[in-house]
Design a protein. Structure first.
Ligand code: NDP
Length: 297
């Protein structure tokens, strides 16, 4: 018997419904509409698709959706001026700058120019510090989505040994912090880790955020472990087209794991759902209201 396959698409759809309901309540009780502004610099096709999808889902949840598309040669000053305008726009509660930015722009400066309360990506240095010290913060969307799926699948995570494969600032590190805050025993492994297979084999929870197709093998997995695959790797398929696979060898690991997310249809849909959740959370906090139910870390 194979592992339970965690349906991220269905789970994300349920989260978006919860968000739409709470947005409606916010409108009727307080006459407030949450607003999300997405800033895209240049014409990267993958980013274009992602931004369109974000805009559509934001509007479907009943929120205000604003897109700012800037030319690839936009200078730092112009971008910073736009961020400043959005920081001061009372109808906007979430600001997301689509990354990566063109090379000539200072990404760190741009992220840290966003007012932390509107930083729905959770990348501002203040939010990183707040999360790292266990305080209320805006939490990066992908790790937040992973956490929600883990809680839904396993219930309490307390005492579980979680191994996070990958230590990036956007996925691995905040993921480890969230798991620690949920009372897991956390180990982080990376490209320089010795005997990585032996370490991962002790995990009750495995988070794979490597960016290399099928790095995590069945021989790395303890019987019954829960695997969350964050990876998005585009590979050529036999028919000449391309397809997306994860960082985990899904077919083999499914035979051993207790639960596993597929790629596509696992973590991916949860990332945008959590962006909407963060926008609603930011809106509530800015207006001095309670956090939305079931949508925060
Ligand atoms: P990064 O490239 O920033 O980080 C990858 C990490 O994996 C690094 O810490 C690196 O170690 C580690 N690593 C690389 N090779 C190995 C190896 N052989 N064994 C162990 N560790 C290794 O990637 P991101 O964290 O940004 O993204 C990871 C994946 O998740 C990508 O496929 C990305 O596309 C996907 N992603 C998916 C999202 C979604 O919405 N589903 C959102 C964000 C990312 P070291 O630090 O030593 O170099």
């Amino acid at each position: 018997m194979g592992a339970q396959v965690i349906d991220g698409k269905a789970f994300a759809s349920g989260i978006r419904e919860q968000i739409a309901t709470q947005v409606n309540q916010l409108k009727s009780a307080h006459n407030i509409t949450p607003g999300l502004a997405v800033v895209l610099v240049g014409e990267d096709p993958a980013s274009e698709v992602y931004v369109r999808s974000k805009g559509k889902q934001t509007a479907e949840a009943g929120m205000k959706s604003v897109e700012h598309r800037l030319d690839a040669d936009t200078d730092q000053q112009t971008l910073m001026a736009l961020i400043d305008n959005l920081n001061n726009d009372a109808s906007i509660h979430g600001i997301l700058v689509q990354l990566p930015l063109p090379d000539h722009l200072d990404e760190t400066a741009v992220i840290n120019a966003i007012t932390p309360e509107k930083d729905v990506d959770g990348f501002h240095i203040s939010n990183v510090g707040l999360l790292g010290t266990g305080q209320k913060s805006m939490v990066p969307c992908t790790p937040l989505g992973c956490l929600m799926m883990l809680r839904d699948t396993l219930g309490s995570l307390s005492g579980c040994h979680a191994v996070v494969v990958g230590r990036s600032n956007i996925v691995g590190k905040p993921m480890a912090q969230l798991l620690l805050n949920d009372n897991c025993t956390v180990t982080m492994v990376h490209s320089k880790t010795r005997n990585i297979e032996d370490v991962v084999k002790t995990a009750d929870i495995v988070i794979a955020a490597v960016g290399r197709a099928e790095t995590v093998k069945a021989s790395w997995i303890k019987q019954g472990a829960c695997i969350i695959d964050v990876g998005i790797n585009r590979i050529a398929s036999k028919d000449g087209k391309s397809r997306i696979i994860g960082d985990v060898d899904f077919d083999a690991c499914q035979q051993i794991a207790g639960a596993i997310t597929p790629v596509p249809g696992g973590v991916g849909p949860m990332t945008i759902a959590c962006l909407l959740a963060n926008t609603l959370t930011a809106c509530c906090r800015i207006h001095g209201l309670e956090d939305p139910k079931g949508l925060t870390a």
